[in-house]
Design a binder for this molecule. Sequence first.
Ligand SMILES: NC(=O)c1ccc[n+]([C@@H]2O[C@H](COP(=O)([O-])OP(=O)(O)OC[C@H]3O[C@@H](n4cnc5c(N)ncnc54)[C@H](OP(=O)(O)O)[C@@H]3O)[C@@H](O)[C@H]2O)c1
Length: 283
Amino acid sequence: MPPIDLRGKPIAITGASSGIGLVTALACAREGMPVALAARRQDRLRELESEIHRQGGRAISVLCDVADPSDCRRLVDRTLEAFGSIYGVYANAGYGVEGSVHELSNKAWRDIFEVNFWGTLNTIRPALPHMLQAGQGHVIICSSVVSKMGIPTLAAYTTTKAAQDHIGRAMRIELHGRVHVSTVHPIGTNTEFSQVVTEHSGNRPRTARSPEGFRQTPEQVAEAIVRCLKRPRGEIWTSWTARMLAAVGTAAPEFADFILRRRFLPKIAEMKNAGKPAASPPA
Ligand SMILES: NC(=O)c1ccc[n+]([C@@H]2O[C@H](COP(=O)([O-])OP(=O)(O)OC[C@H]3O[C@@H](n4cnc5c(N)ncnc54)[C@H](OP(=O)(O)O)[C@@H]3O)[C@@H](O)[C@H]2O)c1
């Protein structure tokens, strides 16, 4: 099968104001895809829109909080108005928060689900009827390497990433032969993500960080996404080592727990000894 020709196929991308979303938008535009850029920081979107125009591509920017379903409907409407159709939607917007399961507040748990989980549904649902009617389309969801395993102090985040993985898998069977559905599973990526986690976690030093030497650039993720748009497949992994570790963690949970204990218990103790609460009390 020849690769799909992406030229002229419009895609809407959330979280396009920085990191993986921004670089993916540039990469898609270079492939000739008209791009609808969505996020809350409009100045950043406008800059990216101008950059894509400078490079000869087509782009619009749409102010959008993915937690608000009406903003996401507007994103799809604006894409249709500007480009006449919608071929792809990349639900990429998301953030992380640190705190132990029992200490993180209910509000913090609810807030992250509003953006990472509901934001994904809010984004893809209004686009799907148009794709189904056109008889083609590609839904891409940014999950994570951590979607397959809960990580201590990061469980609120990893639970949302697992939920995204589950809806992606279910949808690609439900929509088989009609619309492609893929989930992305990046390892630690050099973006604003870590800084935003710190801000959402009360500016405490981070406990859960990717090991050094196990990080990548957003360009590597964007290239993998473009490859998947051309030759669709279910899951996009950017590290075979991470993929194998996720498999081992599922097949041998006691071994995975042993490794996680060794890595995290000293750090959690260090934080407690430093008098820093693991998170705010439940509310
Ligand atoms: N970096 C990593 O190590 C890593 C690893 C695996 C998976 N991921 C996933 O990759 C995705 C992108 O993250 P990143 O690494 O590129 O981080 P980033 O640089 O912080 O980008 C996050 C993007 O999400 C947007 N966003 C956040 N909340 C939003 C909301 N309520 N409505 C609309 N947009 C919102 C932000 O834009 P505004 O603030 O302008 O709204 C920003 O454009 C996330 O889903 C993340 O979970 C990241």
